[in-house]
Design a protein around this ligand. Structure first.
Ligand SMILES: [Zn+2]
Length: 97
């Protein structure tokens, strides 16, 4: 009976299941562009998050897929949580240490 447990750990069924789950549920964020007023769904890789010393210097940015403008918007605590949880690359502008 212990043999089946070993076989399960070495099999690739678990890894395949997780890979499938990831591909069917990509994380997208809705963002509006103030320049062309378009609304877009952006993948996590299209966004950048910069965390400053205070909420005033914490913002997220992206390049508008519609007009190419560099958009920068303030990010509150909830947005920061959302973006970091979604795999957006984060840049810390100020060390809290
Ligand atoms: Zn735009």
């Amino acid at each position: 009976m212990s043999e089946s447990a070993t076989a399960g750990a070495r099999g690739m069924s678990v890894a395949a299941a997780f890979a499938g789950m990831r591909s069917v549920a990509p994380v997208v964020f809705r963002a509006g562009c103030p320049d062309c007023r378009g609304r877009f769904e952006l993948a996590a890789s299209a966004l950048r998050l910069a965390i400053g010393a205070s909420s005033r210097t914490t913002f997220y940015s992206f390049v508008c897929p519609g007009c190419g403008a560099a958009v920068r918007k303030p990010a509150g605590e909830r947005i920061v949580e959302l973006l970091t949880g979604g795999g957006v690359s984060t840049l810390r502008l100020h060390s809290t240490l």
